[in-house]
Design a protein around this ligand. Structure first.
Ligand SMILES: Nc1ncnc2c1ncn2[C@@H]1O[C@H](COP(=O)(O)OP(=O)(O)O)[C@@H](O)[C@H]1O
Ligand code: SF4
Ligand SMILES: [Mg+2]
Length: 328
C-alpha cells in the first residue's frame, strides 16, 4: 500500500444515483440506489465494497466510472474532476470495469481475439495489424491464456476462462483503475481463489488500483487493504480490512461478520454475534433516519428521527451510527 499522504487516485464526493420509478398514473418516485456516498482510493490500493444484494454496489461502481451520469456529487481522478465529455472520454481509457457474469457480458459469437481487440479498435490503440495482434497475445498472456485460445469463441470456454477473457479485455486500454464487480461470484468455488490470486498478481505487475465489489465478506478479505460497507444506498462503515473483521464498529458490519463462518469454533470472536433478521427494506421505501433502524438490535428513538453522519471515529475509520460510542 502506498504512502497515505499521497493524493488519492480516485475521490468520490457525495455521489448520488437516483432512478425514477413509475409508481402509478403520471407518478414517479426516485429510487435512491446510491445516496450520498464519499470515499477515496489511493493508488495501488484495493478497496473492497460489500453489502447485501440490492444495496447499490453495482450502481455505485457504474456511476463512479461515469457509465451512469451521477444524479449528484462528483468523481475526481488524479485530483481533477471528471465532468465534460472530453474528460469522461479520457477517464474511460484509464478507468474500466470487469463484470460479474462472464456468461452474459461477452458476446458468444465473437472470438477471444475480437473481444479483446475491440477496445483497442475503439480507442485506436495500435498502428499496424501486427501490433494489434501482438498486443492481444500479450493481454492473453497476462491472464494465463495462450495463443491457441485466440481464434476460439467465448461460448467454448469455462466460466473461469471466460472471466479471464473479460479481464484481458478490461486491461486492453491500459487502465490505472478497475471496478471489479463481483468478478468471481458466478464462478465455481473451486476456481474463485485462482481468479482472485490473478487479480492480486496483475495489480503488482501492472500497478493497478481496484474497487473490488462483493456480497461475500470472505471473498474480499484477502485482496482488500480497506473495506467499505454499504446498506440501502449509504456507506455505513469504512476501515482497514483487518479492523472490519476483528473489531467491526457499525451494528450492520457486526451482523455481516457474525454471518461469516469461523474456521476454528474455539476461537471466540472479540465482538458479540448479531444475527441479521428481517428482509432488507426496498430502497423505494427506505426507512426514515438511520436506514438500518428496522433491523438494528441497538436502535433507539434518535435512530428513527435523523440520519447519522458518516464520521471519522478513529484515524482513517468512518462510521455512520448515532450510538457507535455507546455500543462499542
Ligand atoms: N437501471 C436501473 N433502473 C432502476 N432501478 C435500478 C437500476 N439499477 C439498479 N436499480 C435498483 O437499484 C438498487 C441497487 O441495485 P444494485 O446497484 O444492482 O445493487 P447491488 O449491486 O448491491 O446488488 C436495487 O434496488 C435495484 O433494483
Ligand atoms: S444509528 Fe441507531 S439504528 Fe442505526 S446502526 Fe446505529 S444504533 Fe443502529
Ligand atoms: Mg451488483
Amino acid at each position: 500500500m502506498n504512502n497515505t499522504n499521497e493524493q488519492p487516485l480516485v475521490e468520490v464526493k457525495h455521489l448520488k444515483q437516483y432512478f425514477d420509478i413509475n409508481t402509478g398514473f403520471f407518478k414517479s418516485t426516485p429510487l435512491k440506489a446510491v445516496d450520498d456516498i464519499s470515499f477515496s482510493i489511493r493508488k495501488g490500493e484495493t478497496l473492497g465494497l460489500v453489502g447485501e444484494s440490492g444495496c447499490g454496489k453495482t450502481t455505485a461502481g457504474r456511476t463512479i466510472l461515469h457509465l451512469y451520469k451521477p444524479t449528484g456529487g462528483e468523481v475526481l481522478f488524479h485530483g481533477k474532476p471528471v465532468r465534460t465529455k472530453q474528460e469522461i472520454d479520457e477517464y474511460r481509457t484509464k478507468a474500466t470495469m470487469v463484470f460479474q457474469d462472464p456468461y452474459s457480458s461477452l458476446d458468444p459469437r465473437m472470438t477471444v481475439s475480437d473481444i479483446i481487440g475491440e477496445p483497442l479498435d475503439v480507442h485506436k490503440m495500435y498502428s499496424s495489424k501486427t501490433e494489434r495482434r501482438e498486443r492481444i497475445l500479450e493481454l492473453m498472456d497476462h491472464v494465463g491464456l495462450n495463443s491457441e485460445h485466440a481464434a476460439r469463441y467465448a461460448h467454448e470456454f469455462s466460466g473461469g476462462q471466460r472471466q479471464r477473457v473479460g479481464i484481458a479485455r478490461a486491461l486492453a486500454v491500459n487502465p490505472e483503475f478497475i471496478v471489479c464487480d463481483e468478478p468471481v461470484s458466478a464462478l465455481d468455488v473451486s476456481i474463485q481463489a485462482q481468479v482472485i490470486n490473478m487479480f492480486d498478481e496483475l495489480q503488482d505487475k501492472l500497478d493497478l488500483t481496484y474497487l473490488f465489489i462483493a456480497h461475500d465478506l470472505l471473498v474480499v478479505r484477502h485482496i482488500s487493504d480497506r473495506i467499505a460497507v454499504m446498506y440501502l444506498g449509504k456507506m455505513v462503515e469504512l476501515a482497514d480490512a483487518a479492523d472490519i473483521y476483528d473489531r467491526p464498529l457499525h451494528p450492520y458490519t457486526k451482523a455481516l461478520i457474525s454471518a461469516v463462518p469461523v474456521p476454528d469454533p474455539n476461537m471466540a470472536r472479540s465482538n458479540q454475534r448479531i444475527a441479521l433478521t428481517g428482509e432488507i427494506p426496498s430502497p423505494l421505501h427506505a426507512p426514515s433516519g438511520c436506514p438500518f433502524h428496522t433491523r438494528c438490535p441497538y436502535a433507539a428513538d434518535v435512530c428513527k428521527g435523523s440520519m447519522p453522519a458518516f464520521e471519522e471515529v478513529e484515524k482513517g475509520r468512518f462510521v455512520a451510527c448515532h450510538r457507535v460510542k455507546e455500543i462499542n
